[in-house]
Design a protein around this ligand. Structure first.
Ligand code: MF3
Ligand code: CO
Ligand code: CO
Length: 275
């Protein structure tokens, strides 16, 4: 048992922190700022946009609001956001690369507000995109919504994974196994692991006051990924398109509260398809 577990012992069940009702307010503020950060980036995700410029916009926005970018210097990561285009599954590193028309891109941001973490990601189309790319993005959002709908006291983490996997595979897409959602709160990556695949009734039992992310990665092709030599960028082995979206949520008495809702209703950015 680690020191943290000893100190937290009365508020943890099977290693999962049970937060107090007043802790929800901290998560609402962190989640809202993460959503506002992606709202701010939305009009800037256009052909020619340099990914490092998007990263700088996000960093300045977060610091201007008295918050901290959680990814900056996290385990040696050197940017504020992850930007993952096309066949990049997650953890793409912003740089000199410019976005091109027809690409699809995930932007993932985590902020720390008064010690609380808000972790959130969305998909964007860069100008008009193909119908198959649009379909993949819509399936990914729907899978997240189905995962959240499975959250309530007494349900299990396996129920969430089952809801996501069964839907995604019914659409002839695949779920990435190598990355998962995670507990968060005053810690960035905590228990429980939220697998985006699984069986009903398996895993940890959900209780009010648990906070975690759900962040399915969905591929048009096979689920296998490989890590590039930068040590971060994960790509699909078969080079098929991949999409992801992420909310931070809390378990309530009768379901889930989503902390990362967009004040401007921009969670699902408008997608244009090429004629
Ligand atoms: N935001 C990512 C997540 O969902 C974590 C990125 S870690 C980083 O958990 F270091 F790559 F930024
Ligand atoms: Co996350
Ligand atoms: Co994230």
């Amino acid at each position: 048992m680690t020191t943290t577990e000893v100190l937290d012992a009365p508020t943890r069940t099977n290693g999962i922190k049970i937060h107090k009702p007043e802790d929800f307010e901290g998560m609402r503020r962190a989640g809202r700022l993460a959503a506002e950060c992606l709202d701010l980036l939305t009009p800037h995700v256009v052909p020619g946009a340099v990914t490092d410029d998007l990263d700088r916009l996000a960093r300045e926005f977060i610091l201007d609001h008295g918050a901290l970018p959680a990814c900056l210097f996290y385990r040696g990561y050197s940017k504020t956001v992850c930007i993952s285009p096309n066949h990049v599954v997650c953890h793409g590193i912003p740089g000199a690369r410019a976005l091109r028309e027809g690409e699809i891109v995930n932007i993932d941001v985590t902020v720390i507000v008064d010690g609380w973490h808000g972790d959130h990601s969305r998909m964007y189309g860069v100008g008009p995109i193909s119908t198959k790319a649009r379909r993949l993005i819509e399936i990914t959002y729907e899978s997240l919504e189905r995962g959240i709908a499975a959250v309530k006291p007494g349900a299990t983490t396996g129920d969430i994974g089952y809801a996501i996997q069964s839907y995604v595979e019914s659409q002839r897409c695949s779920v990435v196994r190598d990355f998962c959602g995670h507990g968060l709160g005053q810690v960035f990556h905590d228990n429980p692991n939220i697998l985006h695949f699984g069986r009903k009734g398996e895993g940890a039992v959900l209780k009010p006051g648990m906070f975690f992310t759900i962040e399915p990665m969905v591929n048009l092709g096979k689920p296998q990924v490989k890590l590039l030599s930068d040590g971060w960028t994960a790509v699909t082995r078969d080079k098929s398109l991949s999409a992801q979206c992420e909310h931070s949520i809390g378990v309530t008495e009768d379901g889930a509260e989503i902390f990362t809702l967009s004040p401007e209703g921009l969670f699902r950015p408008a997608l244009e398809t090429a004629a």
